[in-house]
Design a protein around this ligand. Structure first.
Ligand code: FAD
Length: 153
């Protein structure tokens, strides 16, 4: 995948519960929709779902990242989107993942380690570095499951 003109958007949001017209969106469903679209666009990243909240990073060519984020922003199945970081970057942190994802509970080790508390998961309070550390942990878990140790840190 191309490494020129690379951008990253890191954001969080709150999942909305199912309504009469809109079914709730599960993590496997998001990944099923996202992976082929992102791969076709040269977008990579990771998504964490925890306690009714999402934390996601998208990286790739600026126009493709903005297009993808635009679609996500308009999605009526989540709300309260907050961009934690939007920046030009020199390299990808998730080069082998059209989108890797994991559903964690607030008591999972990685969440507790990064959030330093067992309260409700609140990604909006995280610094970009801590949010990325959490998403890197998701990537490492998925990499391990895939039996590929290339990106384990
Ligand atoms: P269409 O499929 O044409 O749908 C039109 C609109 O209706 C869109 O706003 C869509 O979001 C909404 N919609 C679609 N299905 C339903 C439904 N069953 N009920 C209610 N509304 C519906 N997509 C990616 O391509 N890459 C990602 O990395 C990615 N990450 C996501 C992360 C999160 C947390 C969420 C909530 C969604 C994510 N999506 C991602 C899905 C994205 O929001 C769009 O739904 C998807 O990309 C299809 O976009 P579209 O414009 O072609 O919508």
């Amino acid at each position: 995948m191309s490494t020129g003109n690379l951008h990253r958007i890191l954001y969080c949001s709150d999942a909305l519960p199912a309504s009469a017209t809109t079914p709730a969106l599960s993590l496997p469903e998001i990944l099923r929709i996202s992976q082929p679209r992102n791969e076709a666009a040269g977008v990579t990243g990771a998504l964490l779902s925890c306690d009714g909240r999402f934390l996601q990073v998208l990286e790739g060519p600026m126009t493709k990242v903005l297009e993808t984020y635009g679609r996500i922003f308009r999605d009526p199945r989540h709300t309260e989107l907050k961009v934690i970081e939007a920046a030009r970057v020199g390299s990808r942190l998730f080069p082998n993942w059209g989108m890797c994802g994991a559903q964690l509970a607030p008591v999972d080790t990685e969440i507790v380690r990064v959030m330093a508390s067992r309260g409700r998961f609140n990604p909006a309070s995280l610094s970009p570095a801590k949010a990325l550390a959490l998403l890197a942990a998701v990537r490492n878990m998925q990499t391990k499951q895939r039996g590929d140790t290339e990106f384990l840190v």
